[in-house]
Design a protein around this ligand. Structure first.
Ligand code: NAI
Length: 489
């Protein structure tokens, strides 16, 4: 194969790498993006996008099945066709990955399919599926955007059918009768709830004392309550140790209970073992960064536990080598990867840019959704900041009633002295969309007054943000605030 030269080689075509490549192309750089599986990476192909399609489908099904009659929508013979659902989902993925390929073409980005290895500060070797090898020289920079991979538990080796990871879980063509999820984190709850809605009997085994560790516990409590109300067993402070296959093909999973066992199990706990019988186990205990095995250490690039640390402009410790996305550090979120990709593209093209954002919002697509930006109440207090908290329930919003989804609340955290907004936490319908207003407010260093005095259209769910801010100031109209001080005080 002919050897080639370009300005920049981007290794990895996920939301970090493809965005970086496109921006570099827009900036008239000669870019080659190397991808070993499919452009779009985990997010577009096996993660964010397919899971959201399944979440939407299962939510629609549940809404019609369980709540349709409340709204006067009577359904008969409602059923799930998993094959059709999967085909629909696959169509969305195909459109999006096709879109990325189109954007590459339009911006002059060359896509090379193959496995890349860095062989020098400016050289990359690519081996394609047929085993052919070519060397690409990048005159300006190499960008590492190799993402992360699912962590496997040694006693739960993936078999693709009964012991699976998120990648297989978004492609099931049959709804498991019983599903046991190991790990009550983001993936475990998002996909666990999908199959719960589609009919699976769900058990969640979580090692720590709370689901979604790190998320505002008041928000998590709303989701946990709904999980359990819908029949799930949630076992916290518990570790899945291993499994045996029963004669009928089901799996007997051995779980070690911790010192304290929580809701839904009816068990007292106390360091004992229990066996849970299931048909499918979904392992969702986190992701591991893909910084190893790329040849980076050999040329002096620092790699720490799989991460390739990068500074505020995305540079690693070796000149000309940059890292973005999951592989460069936490949080492992697609939108953080994309923004880092844009920053690094600007820097490589000689412009001023930096990762100087105030917050990286996060959206968790459980039912109801949770979305957060900025500090939680606990984090602000840990930093010695005296806080003012404003809360407003979805149940008090006309629009929430009109869409028949009234669980959850808005919570704003502000500095008590100045009223500057420090964090926004939403649990409820469309939280993932509503959080962007909070993220913008944080980016603009807004005060509670800015959020509360901005006119929000009626009737919308967004009014909850305004009311929560006003509640922080003691002024919210649609919850009791008798004796509230004047707005100008
Ligand atoms: P996670 O870190 O969110 O959750 C893993 C959970 O597993 C934790 O609660 C942990 O305590 C628990 N755990 C670990 N070992 C265990 C064991 N042996 N037994 C029982 N529980 C155990 O990881 P997850 O859910 O796999 O997600 C991976 C990454 O993907 C995360 O970094 C997340 O940010 C990202 N992601 C983000 C999404 C979003 O933003 N909506 C959606 C899906 C994934």
């Amino acid at each position: 194969m002919a050897n080639r030269t370009c300005d920049v080689v981007v290794i990895g075509g996920g939301p970090g790498g493809y965005v970086c490549s496109i921006r570099l192309g827009q900036l008239k750089q000669k870019v080659i993006c190397v991808e070993k599986e499919e452009v779009g990476g985990v997010c577009l192909n096996w993660g964010c996008v397919p899971s959201k399609a399944l979440i939407a489908a299962s939510h629609t099904y549940e809404k019609v099945k369980d709540h349709g009659a409340t709204m006067g929508i009577m359904s008969k013979g409602l059923e799930v066709d998993s094959n059709k659902m999967q085909d629909w989902k696959a169509g969305i993925v195909k459109k999006l990955t096709g879109g990325v390929r189109g954007l590459f073409k339009g911006n002059g980005v060359e896509l090379v399919m193959g496995n890349a290895r860095v062989t020098g500060p400016r050289t990359v070797e690519v081996k394609n599926a047929e085993g052919a090898v070519e060397t690409i020289t990048a005159t300006k920079a190499i960008v590492i955007a190799t993402g992360s991979s699912t962590i496997e538990i040694p006693t739960f080796k993936f078999d693709g059918k009964q012991v699976i990871g998120a990648r297989e879980a978004v492609s099931l063509r049959e709804v498991p009768k019983r599903l046991l999820v190991i790990g009550g984190g983001v993936i475990g709850l998002e996909l666990g709830m999908v199959y719960q809605k589609l009919g699976s009997d769900l058990t969640v085994v979580e090692a720590t004392g709370s689901l979604l560790p790190g998320v505002d516990p008041e928000c998590t409590a709303v989701v946990e309550k709904k999980l359990v109300k819908n029949g799930a067993k949630v076992i916290k402070n518990a570790m899945a140790k291993g499994y045996e296959k029963n004669a009928d093909g089901s799996l007997a999973v051995k779980v070690e209970m911790g010192p304290h066992v929580s809701v839904g199990t009816g068990q007292a706990g106390g360091g004992k073992f229990d066996t849970i019988v299931t048909d499918v186990v979904l392992v969702a205990v986190g992701m591991r960064p893909n910084g190893g095995g790329l040849g980076l250490e050999e040329i002096g690039v620092k790699v720490e536990r799989g991460f390739v640390p990068a500074d505020i402009v995305g540079r690693t410790n070796v000149d000309g080598i940059y890292a973005i996305g999951d592989v460069s550090g936490m949080p492992m979120l697609a939108h953080k990867a994309s923004k880092e990709g844009e920053v690094v593209a600007e820097v490589i093209a000689g412009h001023k840019a930096a990762k100087d954002w105030v917050s990286i919002p996060a959206a968790i697509f459980t039912d109801p959704e949770i979305a957060t930006a900025g500090l939680t109440e606990a984090q602000a207090k840990e930093r010695g900041i005296e806080v003012r908290v404003g809360k407003f329930p979805f149940a008090a919003l006309g629009r929430a009633m009109a869409v028949n989804e009234t669980e959850g609340f808005f919570k704003v955290v502000a500095d008590k002295k100045t009223n500057e907004l420090l964090g926004v936490h939403i649990v409820g319908p469309e939280a993932s969309d509503l959080i962007s207003e909070g993220a913008l407010a944080l980016e603009m260093h807004a005060f509670l007054e800015d959020l509360g005095m901005t006119i929000h259209p009626h009737p919308t769910l967004g009014e909850g943000m305004m009311e929560a801010a006003m509640s922080g100031l003691g002024h919210a109209i649609h919850i009791l605030n008798r004796g509230a001080p004047p707005l100008t005080s």
